[in-house]
Each structure stands twice: as structure tokens, then as C-alpha cells.
Design a protein around this ligand. Structure first.
Ligand code: ZN
Length: 305
């Protein structure tokens, strides 16, 4: 990411939004910082805001190529214990999609990870495809979940050439993108006219983001793009979409995972959890979280790019 230049509107005069120093959090192991369940919040880098379009971005310590290399090598077995919670979350997201499109149809999940969302879609007879850079996650979805159309590579213009989908999804992906405008144009090219683009991300205009400021947990080193609903709409419109619906994303997590996340703030309580809540119980109890400022966004392709 070019230092200081807004890659949405190309404004060169961006401002420091937060000087996010995170040395009050325990340092996570460096090799797991790019996994989905990582606790690493140690030093996300300088966070800047464009006064012209409102886009907020992190001046990453890494180049885009370095980050992609890190994603390909992730192994995140902790995530597998969250299957029931993730799939409960994804069922709600699929219900939202099915409100706006004739179902089932042809669906592509970009950043499909271990395939939990695609498995939910397959149960409802969607014709599913997944694109996933992580070698371990792509292999899990093909070998263990028996998902047939998984492509193990990054999102580049040549992938899925000449194919059109009814729905493209990106769950918790857009905040990882160095050049989100470029990728949204690629999503447009993959959709039929009138097709849906559905994604989730954290909202910088949420109560929690305003309240926690530089301690907002989604300002972590692997997240480089941060949006408000206004900047998302601006970005979507530029890429040939109209915004259809924005809804609070209710995420289910297991009690075990909740305590795992709490270990960052209250390590003693989190560590003592296994004495009063054994893993076998805590992994089965699902807790809805809807106050962290996550949103589901539904957009429709209205223009060929
Ligand atoms: Zn801008």
C-alpha cells in the first residue's frame, strides 16, 4: 500500500487517524498472526483516514505479496472447533441473501477458508464454488467436506474467466484487501447482471468503533482496510453496484472461543475457565455477539464494468 495515498479516490493528502500503539496487549506468537483465530493485536501500524472520501486504512508493515504468502501458510485447527457456531452464523447470512435473489443458484465464496459457508449453501442445493489462498484450508474443504469446486489460489483477474455467478460472497475478507476497489471491480465481472454481492466487515461508524477508538479489536495487523457504510456505498457505486441492504451481523461463537478471545484482556479468568467449564461443554454452548459493529452488506450489480 502506497504510504499515505488513498487508493479509493487517489487523494494524496490523507491524515493520521490513530497512532495505534498496542503494546498494552500481550504479544501473540508471530507465526499465527494471520490465522482467522489469531489474538495478535500488538502493533497494527499507522492508521490513516482520507478526508475526501472517508476511507480508513492501515499503512501495513507488510507488502501485499508478503501478506498473501503468510495466508497461504496458515494452519488454524482452533477454527475447526467453531464449526457449529460459524455455520449457525452463516445460515442467518444465507437467509439474508435468499431474501434478495431467486434461490438456489450458482454461488462463489471468495476466501472460502475451510468451507463451512459453502457446506451450508450445498445443504440448500446451491451450486457452490470456493476460492481460497490458504493451502491447509482449501485442502480441508476439498478432502474433509468433499466440496468439489475449490480453487486454491488468490483472487486474480484470470480466475473463473468466462464464468458468471448469481451470488458472490466474501465473509470477513474485504478488510484484508490492500486494494478493495480493484477487487470489487473483479467481483462485478464475475456476476451476471442483477447478481448479488454479499459480504461482512467491521463498521468504523459503529458505536463500538467510536467508543473503543484505537482499541477497537478489528484494528489488527492483518486488517488493512476499514470502512463506514458511506465509504462502502461509494466504493460499491464506483464498481457498478447499488447498495441493497446493510444489516447488523449477529455472530455466534462458542463459550470456549469467547474465553479464548478474553484471554487478551483478562488472562487469569480465561485461563481458569477449564476448571469450571470443561472444553466438551464450552465448545457446544453458542453465544450470539452483535454489538461489535460487524455488518452484513448486500449489493446488486446494476452496471457492467
Ligand atoms: Zn479517499
Amino acid at each position: 500500500m502506497s504510504r499515505g495515498i488513498c487508493n479509493l479516490c487517489k487523494n494524496k493528502d490523507t491524515r493520521v487517524h490513530f497512532n495505534a500503539r498496542r503494546d498494552y496487549y500481550p504479544q501473540a506468537k508471530k507465526d499465527d498472526e494471520f490465522s482467522c483465530t489469531s489474538l495478535d493485536l500488538s502493533n497494527p501500524g499507522e492508521i490513516r483516514k482520507c478526508p475526501s472520501c472517508g476511507y480508513i486504512f492501515t499503512v501495513s508493515h507488510f507488502t501485499e505479496e508478503e501478506v498473501i504468502q503468510k495466508y497461504t501458510r496458515v494452519v488454524d485447527t482452533l477454527h475447526l472447533h467453531e464449526k457449529a457456531a460459524r455455520q449457525k452464523t452463516y445460515r442467518v447470512s444465507l437467509d439474508l441473501i435468499e431474501k434478495h435473489v431467486t434461490a438456489p443458484g450458482k454461488l462463489l465464496d471468495i476466501g472460502s477458508y475451510v468451507g463451512f459457508f459453502l457446506e451450508v449453501c450445498r445443504e440448500k442445493d446451491w451450486d457452490v464454488s470456493g476460492l481460497e489462498p490458504c493451502v491447509w484450508a482449501a485442502k480441508y474443504s476439498s478432502d474433509t467436506l468433499k466440496l468439489e469446486n475449490i480453487v486454491n489460489q488468490t483472487f486474480t483477474p484470470d480466475v473463473y474467466q468466462n464464468q458468471k455467478f448469481d451470488v458472490v460472497t466474501m465473509w470477513d475478507v474485504i478488510e484484508h484487501l490492500f486494494y478493495p476497489a480493484e477487487k470489487m471491480r473483479l467481483v462485478n465481472q464475475l456476476l451476471r447482471q442483477g447478481g448479488l454481492f454479499a459480504f461482512s466487515t467491521h463498521n468504523m461508524d459503529s458505536l463500538m468503533a467510536h467508543f473503543l477508538k484505537d482499541r477497537y479489536p478489528f484494528l489488527m495487523s492483518m486488517h488493512v482496510s476499514h470502512f463506514t457504510v458511506d465509504t462502502l456505498e461509494y466504493l460499491l457505486n464506483k464498481a457498478g453496484f447499488e447498495l441493497v441492504e446493510v444489516k447488523t451481523h449477529k455472530r455466534y461463537i462458542s463459550l470456549a472461543y469467547l474465553f479464548n478471545r478474553l484471554s487478551r484482556y483478562a488472562p487469569v479468568i480465561a485461563k481458569s475457565r477449564t476448571f469450571f467449564l470443561p472444553d466438551s461443554f464450552a465448545r457446544k454452548q453458542l453465544v450470539p455477539i452483535s454489538f461489535m459493529g460487524l455488518i452484513n452488506v448486500i449489493a446488486r450489480k446494476i452496471q457492467e464494468i
